[in-house]
Design a protein around this ligand. Structure first.
Ligand code: CDP
Length: 218
């Protein structure tokens, strides 16, 4: 039994999916981390992320591996654990750029389907309910207003002592939303059979309970 969670940046997908996975005893697969990892590889090798053919060539040499340690997803690029490095804002932006290319998506979607075929998962991303796992038993589309999402990202960065500017974060989120929703290949959109949950005025626990009860009813 698989759960697909999609939605824009900062809607709370990863915090919520992690907690749901723990509660239900299933695996959490963070697909954004995979796009970030390929973006990091391009960044390290000075590949221009706006040049589709260079990116498509370069990623053939990138080997991604995922391993779970105490239920936490760790991701490796050519053997190096990059789970922390990929969290930089700059890499998030580059991830959204490389995610436009079909060679990138094909490589990652195959890995994602393989993982979901082996065990029950809750997988989050942009195209999970529409493309990666169209037969998932439960599909959730998480949203929240841009203001709330920017505020959450700002607090997250502050907690990590990373300097941040709220207006800049808001602008970045809007740009990323636009790019993710308007690309040709697998754009972010709600699957017809997904349940939309607006988390703007909900606590994390409320959202987690809602998803768990929907799962149990299934
Ligand atoms: O955590 P955050 O919402 O900032 O982003 P993420 O989930 O780590 O994903 C980073 C970028 O990867 C997104 O902006 C998307 O462009 C891309 N992505 C995608 O295209 N498809 C997915 N299934 C997951 C991420």
């Amino acid at each position: 039994m698989n759960i697909a969670v999609d939605g824009p940046a900062g809607a709370g997908k990863s915090s919520i999916a992690k907690l749901v996975a723990k509660k239900l005893g299933i695996i959490y697969v963070d697909t954004g981390a995979m796009y970030r990892t390929l973006a990091l590889g391009c960044h390290k090798n000075n590949i221009d992320v706006d040049d589709e053919s260079s990116v498509s060539d370069a990623i053939r040499g990138f080997e991604i591996e995922i391993a779970y340690k105490d239920g936490v997803q760790n991701i490796f690029l050519n053997g190096e654990n990059v789970s922390e490095t990929i969290r930089q804002e700059e890499i998030g932006k580059k991830a959204s750029s490389v995610a436009r290319y079909s060679a990138v998506r094909e490589k990652l979607v195959e890995m994602q389907r393989e993982m979901a075929g082996k065990q029950s998962v809750i997988m989050d991303g942009r195209d999970i309910g529409t493309v990666v796992l169209p037969d998932a038993e439960l599909k959730i589309y998480l949203t929240a207003s841009v203001e709330v999402r920017a505020d959450r990202r700002f607090k997250e960065l502050k907690d990590k002592n990373v300097p941040a500017d709220l207006e800049e974060i808001k602008k970045d989120i809007e740009t990323r939303d636009y790019q993710d929703m308007n690309r040709e290949v697998s754009p972010l959109k709600k699957a017809d059979d997904a349940i939309e949950v607006d988390t703007s005025d909900m606590t994390i626990d409320e959202v987690v309970d809602k998803i768990c009860s929907l799962y149990e009813k299934n």
